[in-house]
Structures are given as C-alpha cells and as structure tokens.
Ligand binder design. Structure first.
Ligand SMILES: [Cu+2]
Length: 141
C-alpha cells in the first residue's frame, strides 16, 4: 500500500513545482512593458514616450505612414538583447542597429535599457530625419 502511494506523492511534488514554475513565468511575463510610440510622417519622426525606467522591459513601436521606405536606427539597442519584428521578419541579438520599415508598415523593438541617457535615433536613408529618446535615471534603480 505504502509503496504504491510513494510515486504518486513524487508525482504530486513534481506537479506542484511545475505549476509554481508556470505561475512564476506568467507573472514575470505579465510585468507591464514601457512603451515608446514613434510615427513617421512627412519625413519626420514623432515620438511619444512615457517616463522610462532602467532595466524594465521596453517596447518601441514605429509606424511608417509615408509612401517611401524609412529606417529606424539607434544606439539604444547596443549591448542589450533586442528582438525586432519588421514586416514579418524577426531579428534578435545584442548588436541590432535598427530596421528598415516599408511604406505603411510598422516595426517593433523589444529590449531592456541598461544605461540612462539621451538616445538619438535616425533614418539612415534620410540623414535629416532625427529624434531622441530620453531616459533620466530616476533613482529607483
Ligand atoms: Cu527615412
């Protein structure tokens, strides 16, 4: 009788650990992302950002509303693992520089900012197109 209940008990412990793991994973994933919205229109970047914090999951949405191809490039992605999605193409890495965005398309960059500062972004195709993302250290880190 005892011998039969032991594997069951082990199974229960395993299931508990598994559920705890899944719960923790969902909790971490449920942490809100801080969002920067960038619209490209008439060869200009128009950025809307909330106050950004260091070491928090950050997402930059870039929408190209022009009829020509643009590029969104920034040093903000340097030395931090970045996931880029542009036109259905995914890029990952620590050396992401930016992405091209076709007319009426959008790109999404997901990463964590490691250092505070002013981060320029620009379009490599049209060098006069520039913008800035500001991250002041809030003292909460
Ligand atoms: Cu451009």
């Amino acid at each position: 009788m005892f011998r039969e209940t032991l594997p069951l008990r082990r199974m229960t412990v395993f299931m508990l650990a598994f559920c705890l793991g899944v719960g923790l994973f969902s909790w971490v994933n449920a942490q809100p992302e801080q969002v920067v919205d960038v619209r490209i229109k008439d060869f200009e970047f128009r950025a809307t950002q909330m106050p950004l914090q260091l070491n928090a999951q950050t997402v930059i949405h870039v929408v190209n509303e022009d009829k020509v191809r643009h590029d969104f490039g920034s040093s903000i992605f340097q030395n931090t693992h970045t996931r880029v999605e542009s036109g259905g193409v995914f890029t990952y890495g620590n050396d992401v520089r930016g992405a091209f965005i076709e007319p009426d398309h959008k790109a999404t960059f997901r990463f964590v900012i490691r250092e505070s500062g002013r981060y320029q972004f620009q379009c490599s195709i049209h060098p006069e197109m520039k913008g800035e993302i500001l991250l002041l250290s809030a003292g909460t880190v």
